[in-house]
Design a protein around this ligand. Structure first.
Ligand code: GRF
Length: 229
């Protein structure tokens, strides 16, 4: 990935969001932005599914949306075609940061490496544990006592980039995958805007070189953030 420092001279951080589904996390960002609580401008949303409710949320907020469906005339389209159009769209919007919020396709290493802005992803597990899909189900099956969500830098290896923030919950004895999913989603709605706020304010940096002393009294981040509820 190219430039990992978000240098935007106190202007709102230009954010592009990639989605595939309901877009409840996107909605939280829209609401916080509109309330003036998050110094960002959502410059555009890309959905890879034309039936995603996230599209309606984007249109309701009068934010540009590009629907780059993975299916055309009943046929599945390869990721490369999606990426070609997504790349052109992102060039047009010129975001400072790209946020994958419930984006359910795996991007190629080529796309990630040539991205015009750093990319972060929201993942429903305490990474590095439970990469991939069906995390809630697998957590229950394994009898874990803790679970949560992470925001991490997107790298070519799936769900393996540096973790920026995490939020944690305790798994209840009678928990089901569904109840856990809802509880994790509530945490996500807190973790994602907070992480973007920390990035926008320059408190959290995407430069993973921890050997650099920034001359600040505050400890170097990334730092694991626990929201206990
Ligand atoms: C989130 O739970 C995210 O962790 C997962 O997909 C879900 C997206 O939810 N990858 P929404 O579309 O933001 O409602």
């Amino acid at each position: 990935m190219p430039n990992l420092s978000l240098n935007h001279n106190n202007k709102p951080l230009r954010v592009a969001v990639l989605v595939s589904g309901s877009g409840s996390n996107l909605q939280v960002l829209i609401d916080a932005m509109q309330a003036g609580e998050l110094p960002i401008e959502i410059v555009g949303v890309i959905s890879n599914r034309e039936d995603a409710y996230a599209i309606t949320r984007t249109q309701d907020a009068a934010i540009p949306v590009a629907v780059l469906s993975h299916v055309a005339s009943g046929k599945r389209i390869g990721i490369k075609t999606f990426e070609k159009h997504a790349f052109a769209q992102l060039q047009d919007w010129q975001p400072d940061l790209i946020v994958l919020a419930g984006f359910m396709r795996v991007l190629s290493s080529d796309f990630i490496q040539h991205s015009i802005a750093p990319m972060i992803n929201l993942h429903p597990s305490l990474l590095p544990a439970y990469k991939g899909l069906n995390t809630n189900q697998r957590v229950i099956q394994a009898g874990e006592r803790h679970h949560g969500c992470s925001v991490h830098i997107v790298t070519a290896e799936l769900d393996a980039g540096t973790v920026l923030t995490q939020a944690l919950l305790q798994v209840n004895p009678k928990e089901t995958a569904d109840s856990l999913r809802l509880r994790v989603q509530k945490l996500e709605h807190q973790l994602l805007p907070w992480t973007i706020l920390l990035l926008a304010k320059g408190v959290l940096t995407l430069n993973t070189d921890s050997s650099k002393d920034n001359g600040s009294y505050l400890p170097a981040l990334p730092l694991t953030l626990f929201i206990n509820q």
